[in-house]
Design a protein around this ligand. Structure first.
Ligand code: PLP
Length: 389
């Protein structure tokens, strides 16, 4: 069976050139980058090269980039590191938006249990944070605002530059989780005007378990990982050299290909979206169509259980998701769709299709061709027996 992968927001396949770069690093660069001898200095050199590549992907200086174990750690570092650094200033209020990834939501909630005040800014059905709503949430003691660049479930892009200005006007710092935009749209930390930015390699054809945080030069943030003096004293632990090399290679490739790939994926995604809405009744797109990353659409199917639809599609060789990878596998409604104000049934009948390298028109057309029959069958099964008889 020819399988079609439409879950690139969960993770992407490793680019073969990235695998080659990692293979060489695994075999040849075994030195510890902290060692002063030849082997250590070789490893340090490849780490520094990758740091420049990652910095270039976000328009930053290499000295401002710290490697982490992924997006989750970067988000934790940004929030916990800032909170700890600002604790003594009396700023004890954290703001995030209600559709953040669990890495942010659950981190601010955890701090909420330890005495921090937390405000989650609501979003409407557009899935876009309104600057007025953020303004209303800000206080004189707000320490940090964290708003994601693009949402992982619906793909909407937030007006980060505008929101960051509002936070700064009240003396608060601003963090953005750019895990779903890095490698998809051009990033420039200066234009975004943020203080901290998180990214993760496995979302742009790099390896899993490696990510980075950009920390604006001069910003004081306490390490959450303490130990040796690695990463200029900001993140202790011997560097994951092959992972870092892979992330650097993936960043270089993403920078070269990003514009062409987005131009290729947007019409494919639109073809899928229009085709599904036309072929299957009782369907609707969740969230504003623009601004949105080019590869993502999230569609609700009336009177269908999303998990059943996911499994039925998987049996046809088509891989999709019911939301974020972390919450799929459970029957929990999407916290994103819930926060957007959708009724219970819509938070449980929606499917995310996220396209990427390798997807073709033929893939999209196959999805459109198989969906009507699958949905018809699932709807007939969900009818009460009397109605079916
Ligand atoms: N933030 C967002 C928006 C994500 O989509 C993800 C991954 O699902 C993460 C953070 C977590 O990244 P990682 O899997 O590298 O920990």
């Amino acid at each position: 069976m020819q399988r079609i992968y439409l879950d690139h927001n969960a993770t992407t396949p490793l680019n073969p050139a990235v695998a080659d770069a990692m293979d060489a690093a695994l075999r040849e660069e075994f030195g510890n980058p902290s060692s002063l001898h030849h082997f250590g200095q070789r490893a340090k050199a490849v780490v520094d090269l990758a740091r420049s590549s990652v910095a270039a992907l976000v328009g930053a200086d290499a000295s401002e980039v710290v490697f982490t174990s992924g997006g989750t750690e970067s988000d934790n570092f940004a929030i916990r590191g800032t909170a700890e650094a600002l604790e003594r200033t009396g700023r004890r209020h954290l703001v995030a938006c209600a559709i953040e990834h669990e890495a942010v939501i659950n981190t601010v909630k955890a701090l909420g249990k330890r005495g921090w005040d937390v405000t989650l800014v609501a979003v409407g059905p557009s899935g876009i944070v309104s600057p007025d709503d953020l303004r209303a949430a800000l206080r004189d003691d707000t320490a940090l605002v964290s708003v994601m660049h693009a949402n992982n479930e619906i793909g909407t892009i937030q007006p980060i530059d505008e929101l960051a200005i509002l936070a700064h006007e009240r003396g608060a710092l601003f963090h953005t989780d750019a895990v779903q935009t890095a490698g998809k749209i051009p990033l420039d930390v200066k234009k975004l005007g943020v203080d901290l930015l998180s990214i993760s390699a496995h979302k742009f054809y790099g390896p899993k378990g490696i990510g980075a945080i950009w920390i604006r030069r001069g910003l004081r943030i306490l390490p959450i990982m303490t130990g040796g003096k690695h990463e200029r004293n900001r993140r202790a632990g011997t560097e994951n050299v092959p992972g870092i090399v892979g992330m650097g290679a993936a960043a270089d490739i993403a920078r070269m290909k990003m514009a062409d790939e987005a131009a290729r994926l947007a019409p494919l995604r639109d073809r899928l979206e229009k085709g599904v809405l036309r072929a299957v009744s009782g369907t609707d797109v969740n969230g504003a169509p623009t601004p949105r990353v080019a590869n993502t659409t999230n569609i609700s199917f009336d009177r269908v259980e999303a998990e059943s639809l996911l499994i039925a599609l998987d049996l046809e060789g088509i891989a999709v998701s019911t939301g974020s990878a972390c919450s799929s596998g459970t029957l929990e409604p999407s916290h994103v769709l819930k926060a957007m104000g959708f009724q219970a049934h819509r938070t449980q009948n929606s499917i995310r299709f996220s396209l990427g390298a390798g997807n073709t028109e033929a893939d999209v057309d196959r999805v459109i061709a198989v969906l009507p029959e699958i949905v018809k069958k699932l709807r007939s099964l969900s009818q009460p027996a009397a109605a079916r008889a």
